[in-house]
Write a protein that binds this ligand. Structure first.
Ligand code: DSN
Length: 450
């Protein structure tokens, strides 16, 4: 077996894999190259993005992707699964170790799929769900009307406080007691403060509800201990695996409730078993086994000091970026951040300014952010009043607090010089734009994408 690596590297699917793409499909090759160039010449501040390692990319591009098999290790519907069974077992055991969980399901195709699996496992059509509204920082898959998760269930929302924009746990409790949901969902895509999972569980217990914690945005921080873990508080914890820096995909975790039993069609079944059955055959077919292999690679990376230290730096950078924006006179929602993101109000900068206009003119200058609604935003999702700034990628590229001051100053120069013309259109002086682009390029050259 000692010559196996050489054999693999000379295997037709691995030998010069990118060269093979170049040879066969110039068009796609050029598009991927352009995307790489875009990454190298612009600052990435999307809070929901990260960059995985080359080892994760290698596993994603491996021949494991070709294996068809339904079911779980040791109980598959196709032959030839001995090795992919080991791949999945390894991913499961590393996921449990990374998160301190007792159960891990590595098959969900995405974070949204993971949430849909939990909802489908627990709920019948018309059952009640209580979650943070999408317009308050929640997520589409937490019961938004336009999503599958909002289509078949009776969903009500809890809100952040109207003045502080912080979660108001006593209001959540009152709503839960009055509404009596079967499931409470916590976790957010645009909330920059610590989430108290223990309080959520107390509320769920009092309301006799199950608790789902979606930690997609903060999963890396949770692994590193930079944010409290929900694993033993929530019945179910879900996350996407790319936001903390792994491959695209989803994950379902459980702690002390792994063996808690629930009655389904007159039979008692452990919650973890219910999740297994709902994943397959309930919701998915063959798992993406290349993706499962890449998840295994990523989960091992998260055990390193390097990964854990980076999570604390992500927060340090986000705090510095938020503070720099405050110093420059911006309205930062909740006055700062405890995690990897900050929400900035841009609507008060000038008449007609919206999140989408800010996003577009920043992109024009090489700074990539996304528009985001602020709590109680009167503008719709398409316009929004704010932008969301995230620090996972800039931190991965070794930027530190000094660079966060520079980034804030660049954002400020763009936003102060952009003149809103009509709707979502704007004008910016070409020399100012080119000057910013140059500065962005210089910063990217010093702190390159890996
Ligand atoms: N959840 C979306 C976001 O936060 O932008 C991406 O999946």
């Amino acid at each position: 077996m000692s010559d196996l690596p050489e054999k693999i590297s000379s295997h037709k699917y691995h030998d010069g894999i990118f060269g093979a793409l170049h040879e066969q499909d110039e068009e796609v090759y050029q598009l991927i190259t352009r995307e790489y160039e875009r990454l190298c010449s612009s600052i990435q501040l999307i809070a929901a993005e990260n960059q995985c390692s080359r080892a994760v990319l290698a596993a994603l591009g491996s021949i494991v992707q070709n294996k068809t098999t339904e079911g779980f290790p040791g109980a598959r519907y196709h032959g030839g699964c001995e090795i992919v069974d080991d791949v999945e077992r390894l991913a499961v055991s590393r996921a449990k170790e990374a998160f301190g969980a007792q159960y891990a399901n590595v098959q969900p195709h995405s974070g949204t799929c993971a949430n849909h699996i939990v909802l489908t496992a627990l709920l019948e059509s018309g059952d009640k769900v209580l979650s943070l509204g999408l317009d308050q920082g929640g997520h589409l898959s937490h019961g938004a009307k336009v999503s599958f998760s909002g289509k078949f269930f009776n969903v009500q929302n809890y809100y952040v406080d109207e003045e502080t924009f912080l979660l108001d746990y006593s209001a959540v409790r009152d709503k839960a007691i009055a509404f009596r949901p079967k499931l409470i969902i916590c976790g957010a895509s645009a909330y920059s403060r610590v989430i108290d999972f223990q309080k959520f569980r107390q509320i769920a217990d009092e309301a006799r509800a199950y608790l789902l914690a979606d930690i997609s945005h903060i999963a890396g921080l949770v692994i590193a201990g930079a944010h409290p873990s929900p694993i033993d508080h929530a019945h179910f914890t879900t996350t996407s695996t790319y936001k903390p820096g792994g491959p695209r995909g989803g994950l379902i975790l459980m702690g002390r409730d792994r063996d808690t039993r629930i009655a389904v069609s007159g039979n008692k079944i452990a919650l973890s078993q219910l999740i297994q059955k709902t994943t397959f055959p309930g919701m998915q077919g063959t798992p993406y086994l290349n993706n499962v292999a890449a998840k295994a690679v990523f989960f091992r990376e998260t055990l390193s000091d390097k990964y854990k230290t980076r999570q604390f730096k992500i927060i340090e950078n986000a705090k510095r970026l938020a503070n720099a924006m405050l110093t420059l006179g911006y309205d930062v929602v909740t006055g700062g951040t405890d995690n990897h993101m900050a929400l900035i109000n841009v609507a008060n900068l000038q008449d007609g300014m919206t999140g989408i206009t800010a996003q577009k003119c920043l992109e024009d200058c090489g700074i990539i952010v996304n528009k985001n609604r602020l709590p109680y935003d009167k503008k719709g999702a398409a316009l929004a009043s704010g932008i969301r700034l995230g620090t996972p990628i800039v931190t991965r590229n070794q930027m530190g607090t000094e660079q966060m001051d520079t980034v804030a100053a660049l954002i400020d120069t763009v936003l102060r010089n952009a003149k809103v013309t009509a709707n979502t259109e704007y004008e910016i002086d070409a020399s100012i734009r080119d000057g910013i682009r140059d500065k962005v390029r210089q910063l990217c050259e010093k702190f390159p994408s890996h």
